[in-house]
Design a binder for this molecule. Sequence first.
Ligand code: EPU
Length: 336
Amino acid sequence: MQHIKNQDLIHLNTFHIKAIARDFFIIENEQEIPLLLNSKDLVQTTPLILGSGSNILFVNNPHRPIIQLAFKRLQILERQSDYHIIEVEAGMKWDDLVRWSVMNNYYGLVNLSYIPSTVGAAPVQNIGAYGEEVGNFITHVHIYNTERQRFETLSHKECSFGYRTSIFKTALRGKAIITRIRLRLPTKPQFNLSYRDLHFLKDNPNLSLWLLRLTIGKIRMTKLPDPSIIGNAGSFFKNPIISPEKFSTLQSRYPQVPHYQMPDGKIKIPAGWLIDRLGLKGYRHGNAGVYENNALVLVNHGNATGKEILELSRIIQSKVKQAFDIDLVPEVNIIQ
Ligand code: EPU
């Protein structure tokens, strides 16, 4: 275990916001978790677990101690003819797992290629892209429950996965340190081409996991800025889910509004589309801005503070509320 005092977080968050963590710990194996939590350094505090820093906004220097998990082993637990069960430790980079799955001919995770995340962070907001969500493949999540002070295993059902949410954002928020996830990965070809920009691959005789990964990489490049060039955390807001009544009012004003029917009858609207309708692409607030190619992404034009990004997000929320009577909820974790 390492304990670093006054760790600069600028390279540990993809917004590249300057912030200092007074106490920063790197844990090398899961047995160190209870040792650290019961040590005098951490007793009576709620630490913050930092993954790849790609879904977080530091508004101030965090008061809470920060823990990074550095264990990243991958094991195949079970081999059946049409699926294998894989267990992966929390500290592995998400895309290292996806690349490994593609190299070894496992289907399923490929649509989640290139998402900046760690394996342990992936179930928290049930990362999703291009018609797929990680929850569709997770059978179990191993955690350390900081309240009960013990290791526990949650089944898929107990994780309560939903659109950009899970039990780790609700009942277990701040109480669970995810240490490992268990996945059931299909070994027989199955491609999810349900996302509109992937339809063109349907009749391609050369369709393969590698071709799909390459295509997803290309789509992402056109829609999402590379955080190593311009600081950002992907989608800043969740896509709002509205009632059929509110949707028909919106559709009567904008017959072309893109929308997705939810299983419960409600309708999901792309937040980026709403923000774009207000002409806010490229809008700036100090050093913070709306990305010029995608209105759902807020960017740091250089030296932006967390406060500036937060203020920009509030300006957008109030403009969207005024124009459409829709509440936008941040997808990014805001650390005040
Ligand atoms: N749109 C606009 N203007 C914009 C942005 C989008 O009109 O500036 C329209 C698009 O034309 C399209 C619709 O909005 O009709 C949806 O856009 P897109 O397919 O790019 O997806 P999204 O809703 O903006 C979601 C996820 C992304 C994920 C993509 C692809 C959320 C909050 N975001 O974005 O996830 O990559 O779908 O599946 O659900 C992330 O979570 O950080 C993330 C990038």
